[in-house]
Design a protein around this ligand. Structure first.
Ligand code: SPD
Length: 283
Protein backbone atom coordinates (compact mmCIF):
# COMPACT_ATOMS: atom_id res chain seq x y z
CA UNK A 1 0.00 0.00 0.00
CA UNK A 2 1.25 3.49 -0.87
CA UNK A 3 2.11 5.50 2.24
CA UNK A 4 -0.16 8.51 2.67
CA UNK A 5 1.36 11.83 1.64
CA UNK A 6 -0.21 15.09 2.74
CA UNK A 7 0.55 18.82 2.53
CA UNK A 8 1.76 20.54 5.69
CA UNK A 9 1.77 24.33 5.49
CA UNK A 10 3.13 27.18 7.54
CA UNK A 11 0.48 29.90 7.36
CA UNK A 12 1.83 33.40 7.34
CA UNK A 13 -0.25 36.54 6.82
CA UNK A 14 -2.42 35.06 4.10
CA UNK A 15 0.36 33.07 2.45
CA UNK A 16 1.29 29.48 3.00
CA UNK A 17 4.62 27.71 2.72
CA UNK A 18 4.17 24.00 2.38
CA UNK A 19 5.87 20.67 2.07
CA UNK A 20 4.24 17.52 0.85
CA UNK A 21 5.16 14.15 2.26
CA UNK A 22 4.65 11.45 4.83
CA UNK A 23 4.26 12.58 8.43
CA UNK A 24 6.75 10.69 10.60
CA UNK A 25 5.86 12.29 13.92
CA UNK A 26 3.09 14.49 15.24
CA UNK A 27 2.84 14.99 18.96
CA UNK A 28 2.13 17.63 21.55
CA UNK A 29 4.85 18.25 24.09
CA UNK A 30 4.28 20.30 27.23
CA UNK A 31 5.15 23.40 25.16
CA UNK A 32 4.22 22.92 21.52
CA UNK A 33 3.18 20.70 18.65
CA UNK A 34 6.14 18.86 17.14
CA UNK A 35 5.78 17.59 13.58
CA UNK A 36 8.28 15.85 11.33
CA UNK A 37 7.53 15.20 7.67
CA UNK A 38 9.60 13.52 4.98
CA UNK A 39 9.56 15.45 1.72
CA UNK A 40 10.92 14.23 -1.59
CA UNK A 41 13.20 17.27 -2.15
CA UNK A 42 13.89 18.78 1.29
CA UNK A 43 14.19 15.45 3.12
CA UNK A 44 12.98 15.28 6.69
CA UNK A 45 11.75 18.59 8.04
CA UNK A 46 10.82 19.78 11.53
CA UNK A 47 7.88 22.06 12.26
CA UNK A 48 7.10 23.47 15.72
CA UNK A 49 3.68 24.93 16.42
CA UNK A 50 3.00 25.41 12.71
CA UNK A 51 6.38 27.02 11.85
CA UNK A 52 9.11 25.37 9.84
CA UNK A 53 12.32 25.08 11.84
CA UNK A 54 14.67 23.13 9.64
CA UNK A 55 14.99 20.52 6.93
CA UNK A 56 17.82 18.20 6.01
CA UNK A 57 18.26 19.87 2.64
CA UNK A 58 18.33 23.52 3.66
CA UNK A 59 19.50 23.53 7.30
CA UNK A 60 23.07 24.44 6.41
CA UNK A 61 21.94 27.80 5.05
CA UNK A 62 20.75 28.58 8.55
CA UNK A 63 23.25 26.91 10.91
CA UNK A 64 26.44 27.77 9.03
CA UNK A 65 25.40 31.44 8.82
CA UNK A 66 24.55 31.62 12.51
CA UNK A 67 27.78 30.00 13.71
CA UNK A 68 30.79 30.72 11.49
CA UNK A 69 30.85 34.52 11.27
CA UNK A 70 31.16 34.62 15.07
CA UNK A 71 33.40 31.64 15.79
CA UNK A 72 35.80 32.09 12.91
CA UNK A 73 36.45 35.69 13.90
CA UNK A 74 37.16 35.30 17.61
CA UNK A 75 40.69 34.63 18.85
CA UNK A 76 39.49 33.47 22.26
CA UNK A 77 36.65 30.97 22.37
CA UNK A 78 36.30 28.55 25.27
CA UNK A 79 32.76 28.76 26.57
CA UNK A 80 29.80 28.79 24.24
CA UNK A 81 26.11 29.10 25.05
CA UNK A 82 23.33 28.01 22.71
CA UNK A 83 19.83 29.15 23.61
CA UNK A 84 17.36 26.82 21.89
CA UNK A 85 19.00 24.85 19.10
CA UNK A 86 17.35 21.57 20.10
CA UNK A 87 17.83 20.06 16.64
CA UNK A 88 21.60 20.07 17.24
CA UNK A 89 22.63 21.91 14.04
CA UNK A 90 24.21 24.87 15.80
CA UNK A 91 26.14 22.58 18.15
CA UNK A 92 27.34 20.52 15.17
CA UNK A 93 28.91 23.60 13.58
CA UNK A 94 30.43 24.70 16.93
CA UNK A 95 32.31 21.45 17.52
CA UNK A 96 34.41 22.14 14.40
CA UNK A 97 36.48 24.56 16.52
CA UNK A 98 39.08 22.75 18.62
CA UNK A 99 39.62 25.71 20.97
CA UNK A 100 36.11 25.40 22.37
CA UNK A 101 36.11 23.60 25.71
CA UNK A 102 32.43 23.73 26.72
CA UNK A 103 29.13 24.20 24.91
CA UNK A 104 26.04 24.70 27.07
CA UNK A 105 22.95 23.97 24.99
CA UNK A 106 19.88 25.22 26.83
CA UNK A 107 16.66 23.95 25.28
CA UNK A 108 13.33 24.28 27.05
CA UNK A 109 11.63 21.33 25.33
CA UNK A 110 13.22 17.93 25.85
CA UNK A 111 10.84 16.45 23.26
CA UNK A 112 12.45 18.56 20.50
CA UNK A 113 15.82 17.02 21.32
CA UNK A 114 14.31 13.54 21.47
CA UNK A 115 12.55 13.96 18.11
CA UNK A 116 15.70 15.41 16.51
CA UNK A 117 17.91 12.59 17.79
CA UNK A 118 15.40 10.03 16.55
CA UNK A 119 14.43 11.43 13.14
CA UNK A 120 16.98 14.12 12.25
CA UNK A 121 20.18 12.44 13.46
CA UNK A 122 22.21 13.99 10.61
CA UNK A 123 21.54 17.52 11.85
CA UNK A 124 23.17 17.14 15.28
CA UNK A 125 25.58 14.55 13.88
CA UNK A 126 28.70 14.05 15.98
CA UNK A 127 27.75 16.88 18.34
CA UNK A 128 25.40 14.65 20.30
CA UNK A 129 28.36 12.50 21.39
CA UNK A 130 30.90 15.30 21.81
CA UNK A 131 32.13 15.48 25.41
CA UNK A 132 32.18 19.28 25.29
CA UNK A 133 28.43 19.48 24.77
CA UNK A 134 26.30 19.76 27.91
CA UNK A 135 22.54 19.68 27.33
CA UNK A 136 20.36 21.50 29.83
CA UNK A 137 16.58 21.17 29.65
CA UNK A 138 15.74 24.56 30.99
CA UNK A 139 14.29 27.94 30.11
CA UNK A 140 17.06 29.90 28.35
CA UNK A 141 15.95 33.13 29.98
CA UNK A 142 16.42 31.68 33.48
CA UNK A 143 19.76 30.17 32.48
CA UNK A 144 21.06 33.54 31.32
CA UNK A 145 19.78 35.28 34.47
CA UNK A 146 21.73 32.81 36.64
CA UNK A 147 24.94 32.84 34.59
CA UNK A 148 28.14 34.56 35.81
CA UNK A 149 29.23 37.96 34.47
CA UNK A 150 31.77 37.93 31.56
CA UNK A 151 31.60 34.16 31.13
CA UNK A 152 30.60 33.19 27.58
CA UNK A 153 32.72 33.94 24.52
CA UNK A 154 29.78 33.46 22.19
CA UNK A 155 26.05 33.24 22.83
CA UNK A 156 23.93 31.83 20.00
CA UNK A 157 20.23 32.56 20.07
CA UNK A 158 18.78 29.80 17.91
CA UNK A 159 15.13 30.34 18.69
CA UNK A 160 11.72 30.13 17.05
CA UNK A 161 9.83 33.15 15.75
CA UNK A 162 8.28 35.33 18.46
CA UNK A 163 5.46 33.50 20.22
CA UNK A 164 4.13 33.11 23.72
CA UNK A 165 6.97 30.68 24.36
CA UNK A 166 9.83 32.72 22.88
CA UNK A 167 8.74 36.38 23.16
CA UNK A 168 11.12 37.17 25.99
CA UNK A 169 14.13 36.18 23.87
CA UNK A 170 13.49 39.29 21.76
CA UNK A 171 13.36 41.82 24.60
CA UNK A 172 15.85 44.51 25.60
CA UNK A 173 16.09 43.06 29.08
CA UNK A 174 17.12 39.67 27.72
CA UNK A 175 19.72 41.23 25.41
CA UNK A 176 21.10 43.23 28.36
CA UNK A 177 21.47 40.04 30.38
CA UNK A 178 23.28 38.41 27.43
CA UNK A 179 25.63 41.40 27.31
CA UNK A 180 26.36 41.02 31.02
CA UNK A 181 27.42 37.37 30.68
CA UNK A 182 29.55 37.85 27.54
CA UNK A 183 33.32 38.21 27.80
CA UNK A 184 34.89 41.56 26.86
CA UNK A 185 35.22 40.75 23.15
CA UNK A 186 32.46 38.14 23.19
CA UNK A 187 29.80 37.98 20.49
CA UNK A 188 26.06 37.61 20.67
CA UNK A 189 24.92 35.86 17.48
CA UNK A 190 21.21 35.66 16.91
CA UNK A 191 18.87 34.65 14.14
CA UNK A 192 17.16 37.97 13.43
CA UNK A 193 14.13 36.93 11.39
CA UNK A 194 13.23 38.01 7.86
CA UNK A 195 13.40 41.59 6.53
CA UNK A 196 10.46 40.62 4.32
CA UNK A 197 8.05 38.32 6.14
CA UNK A 198 8.95 39.46 9.69
CA UNK A 199 9.97 43.05 8.89
CA UNK A 200 8.65 44.62 12.10
CA UNK A 201 10.38 42.23 14.49
CA UNK A 202 13.51 42.24 12.30
CA UNK A 203 13.81 46.01 12.67
CA UNK A 204 13.05 45.76 16.38
CA UNK A 205 15.91 43.26 16.89
CA UNK A 206 18.41 45.37 14.94
CA UNK A 207 17.44 48.58 16.74
CA UNK A 208 17.58 46.94 20.17
CA UNK A 209 21.01 45.43 19.57
CA UNK A 210 22.36 48.72 18.22
CA UNK A 211 21.12 50.50 21.32
CA UNK A 212 22.39 47.95 23.84
CA UNK A 213 25.73 46.88 22.34
CA UNK A 214 28.58 49.09 21.17
CA UNK A 215 28.73 47.36 17.76
CA UNK A 216 26.44 45.15 15.74
CA UNK A 217 26.13 44.01 12.16
CA UNK A 218 23.63 41.96 10.15
CA UNK A 219 24.01 39.49 7.32
CA UNK A 220 21.33 38.29 4.91
CA UNK A 221 20.96 35.01 3.14
CA UNK A 222 18.29 32.45 2.35
CA UNK A 223 16.51 29.68 4.15
CA UNK A 224 14.31 28.24 1.43
CA UNK A 225 11.60 26.70 3.64
CA UNK A 226 11.04 29.83 5.79
CA UNK A 227 8.30 32.32 4.83
CA UNK A 228 9.64 34.47 1.95
CA UNK A 229 12.99 32.63 1.96
CA UNK A 230 15.13 35.64 2.86
CA UNK A 231 16.54 35.48 6.40
CA UNK A 232 19.01 37.33 8.61
CA UNK A 233 21.54 36.84 11.40
CA UNK A 234 22.84 39.62 13.61
CA UNK A 235 26.11 39.77 15.55
CA UNK A 236 26.74 42.16 18.43
CA UNK A 237 29.56 42.86 20.84
CA UNK A 238 30.18 45.20 23.75
CA UNK A 239 33.69 46.22 22.62
CA UNK A 240 34.63 45.41 19.06
CA UNK A 241 33.33 43.30 16.24
CA UNK A 242 35.82 42.32 13.60
CA UNK A 243 34.29 39.56 11.53
CA UNK A 244 37.17 39.40 9.06
CA UNK A 245 38.49 36.04 10.31
CA UNK A 246 42.11 37.04 9.91
CA UNK A 247 43.52 35.04 12.82
CA UNK A 248 41.55 31.83 12.59
CA UNK A 249 43.86 28.93 11.78
CA UNK A 250 40.98 26.55 11.19
CA UNK A 251 39.12 28.73 8.72
CA UNK A 252 40.41 27.11 5.54
CA UNK A 253 39.41 23.66 6.75
CA UNK A 254 36.03 24.91 7.94
CA UNK A 255 35.37 26.53 4.56
CA UNK A 256 36.14 23.19 2.91
CA UNK A 257 33.72 21.42 5.26
CA UNK A 258 30.85 23.87 4.76
CA UNK A 259 28.09 23.53 2.20
CA UNK A 260 27.09 27.20 2.10
CA UNK A 261 29.38 29.42 4.16
CA UNK A 262 32.76 30.68 3.04
CA UNK A 263 34.52 33.99 3.50
CA UNK A 264 33.40 35.57 0.24
CA UNK A 265 29.81 34.42 0.82
CA UNK A 266 30.00 36.02 4.27
CA UNK A 267 31.50 39.27 2.98
CA UNK A 268 28.75 39.62 0.41
CA UNK A 269 26.04 38.65 2.91
CA UNK A 270 27.01 41.51 5.25
CA UNK A 271 26.47 43.94 2.37
CA UNK A 272 22.97 42.74 1.52
CA UNK A 273 20.82 44.91 3.78
CA UNK A 274 17.71 45.82 1.77
CA UNK A 275 17.36 49.56 1.36
CA UNK A 276 13.97 49.64 3.11
CA UNK A 277 15.70 48.27 6.21
CA UNK A 278 18.55 50.81 5.91
CA UNK A 279 15.90 53.57 5.79
CA UNK A 280 13.91 52.13 8.67
CA UNK A 281 17.04 51.98 10.85
CA UNK A 282 17.86 55.59 9.99
CA UNK A 283 14.42 56.88 10.91
N1 SPD B 1 10.83 30.90 10.95
C1 SPD B 1 11.57 29.99 11.71
C2 SPD B 1 12.67 30.58 12.48
C3 SPD B 1 13.33 29.51 13.26
C4 SPD B 1 14.71 29.80 13.59
N2 SPD B 1 15.28 28.71 14.33
C5 SPD B 1 15.39 27.51 13.63
C6 SPD B 1 16.03 26.46 14.45
C7 SPD B 1 17.07 25.74 13.69
N3 SPD B 1 18.09 25.25 14.56
Amino acid sequence: MKEIEIWIDEYHKGSRFGLNGKVLLKKNSKYQEILIIENEYYGKALMLDGCWMTSLRDEKYYHECLVHPALSSLDQKSNILIIGGGDGGTARECIKYSQITKIDLVEIDKEVIKASKTFLQEIGGKAWNDKRLAIHIEDGVKWVEKAKDNFYDVIFIDCSDPSELSNFLFTDSFYKECKRILTKNGILATQSESPESFKKIHIHILKSLKKIFKVSDTMYSFVPIYPSGIWSWTFASKEKLDLSNKNCKEVAQIEKDCEIWNLSFQNAAFKMMPNKIVKALDS
